[in-house]
Design a protein around this ligand. Structure first.
Ligand code: CS2
Ligand code: MG
Length: 410
């Protein structure tokens, strides 16, 4: 089953995606997601210039060997660009293997460990009324767990709270941070204002929606360890499902201090790309959920091993699933989620109608549960003619400045 062709497809149906398509001599094709939000062309070029020449003529069946070869032969290890490129190859090869076996991928990964995947949706609002409306909207869509982000008095523009809908005419809580344009947008940050305000919002949400609904929150890497500890402690009465990315991801040791002070469950890792980023977080049980995506953490092969390692420490999955993970990366996550034992929850931000025209998906969302579907392989087909209608457009993620003008973690 030799690899005879590869294509790196760049398309922008509302937002940018990078997709690798691998074709074998038998005519099978596999898809892999290589989208790195705001840095798409770096991965596309890594694939085209450095990886594609290594793939032609290789046996598509040897997934583990290909992973090890790409990881070790580069000499320069890790990093989001390298690991997204390896992930795309890995996903495409699993897609091919499962199609050859005529099975949905989760069957090859060991079969289903559950009937559906609990998903959380993103609610947000510029005030309490808008936030409540957004929570109700997500409950109507079937979500059984809700991430709550909110505007904060004193902070102008803030992650997770749109000033306008991502799609013209869309809902105000439809949030897409990356913006097309020549320069990144500037947003604001004030930790003290945020720490004062957030507990009042969770108090109001609990009072309105009761004690049962699992609630999540994303701190987006903006606090120092002691600030994060204070926040975790102040949110304890509201029984969060998790507090995500409370401190910058680079320093694993920061989580020790946070952990010592709060029983609020902690999730981290959407910007991590290998198991090494989690080494002490997992072995010292400093976190409760692994947030990596299949796309940014080296693919199914690597994330499966990482989650097996986490399972030994009762740490569960919470795979990253914003709209900058393409439907291909999302499908890979769902197959993995269904097969592993230590599934926790899946983030789900539905893609736009335009994106779904380009990527035809077999996964379903019913009654709050995601399922990857029964189509052989990953279950995603790329309509290349539709993709060609939406050329890449440069886009940047925003960044933060404090009131005095200092650049801050976004
Ligand atoms: C995020 C993302 O989904 C999340 O939890 O933190 O919105 C993140 O900001 C984007 O993936 C960045 O590309
Ligand atoms: Mg996040």
């Amino acid at each position: 089953m030799k690899i005879v062709a590869t294509d790196v497809v760049l398309t922008s149906p509302g937002r940018n995606f990078v997709t690798l398509k691998i074709t074998t001599a038998d005519g099978l094709t596999g898809l892999g997601d290589a989208t790195l939000n705001g840095r798409e062309l770096a991965v596309a070029s890594y694939l085209t210039e450095h990886v594609v020449p290594l793939l032609i003529g290789r046996d598509a069946r040897n997934i583990e060997d290909t992973w090890q070869f790409l990881y070790r032969s580069a000499y320069w290890r890790r990093g989001p660009v390298t690991m997204s490129a390896i992930a795309a190859v890995d996903m495409a090869l699993w897609d091919i293997k499962a199609k050859a076996a005529d099975m949905p991928l989760y069957q090859l990964l060991g079969g289903a460990s559950r009937t559906g995947l609990t998903a959380y949706g993103h609610a947000s609002g510029r005030d309490t009324e808008e936030l409540f409306d957004s929570i109700r909207h997500h409950l109507e869509l079937g979500f059984r767990a809700i991430r709550v982000q909110t505007a904060v008095p004193g902070i102008g523009t803030l992650y997770g709270v749109p000033t306008q809908p991502a799609v013209p005419g869309g809902r105000a809580d439809d949030y897409e941070p990356a913006q097309r344009g020549p320069l990144p947008a500037e947003e604001d940050w004030d930790t003290r204002a945020y720490l004062r305000h957030l507990p009042t919002i969770f108090e109001a949400v609990r009072a309105e929606f009761g004690p049962e609904l699992p609630l999540l929150h994303d701190g987006h890497h903006r606090m120092t360890p002691i600030e994060a500890a204070k926040l975790g402690k102040s949110l304890e009465p509201y029984d969060l499902f998790w507090l995500e990315d409370c401190t910058p991801a680079e320093n694993q040791e920061a989580l020790r201090l946070v952990r010592r002070h709060t029983t609020t469950p902690l999730a981290i890792g959407e910007v991590f790309n290998t198991v090494w980023d989690y080494q002490s977080l997992i072995s010292e049980q400093l976190i409760d959920y692994v947030r990596s995506s299949v796309t940014h953490a080296g693919g199914i092969t690597a994330l499966r091993k990482l989650l097996d390692f986490a399972a030994q420490y009762q740490i569960k999955s919470g795979i990253h699933g914003p709209t900058d993970i393409s439907p291909v990366g999302m499908a890979a996550a769902l197959h993995l989620d269904l097969a592993i034992h230590n599934f926790g929850i899946q983030e789900y931000m539905p893609h736009s109608a335009l994106t779904s025209e380009v990527f035809r998906q077999s996964f379903t969302f019913e009654d709050g549960y995601l399922h990857p579907g029964e189509q052989p392989g990953l279950g995603v087909d790329l309509d290349e003619d539709a993709a060609a209608k939406f050329p890449y457009e440069r886009a940047y993620l925003p960044y933060n400045r404090l009131n005095d003008g200092t650049v801050h973690d976004w």
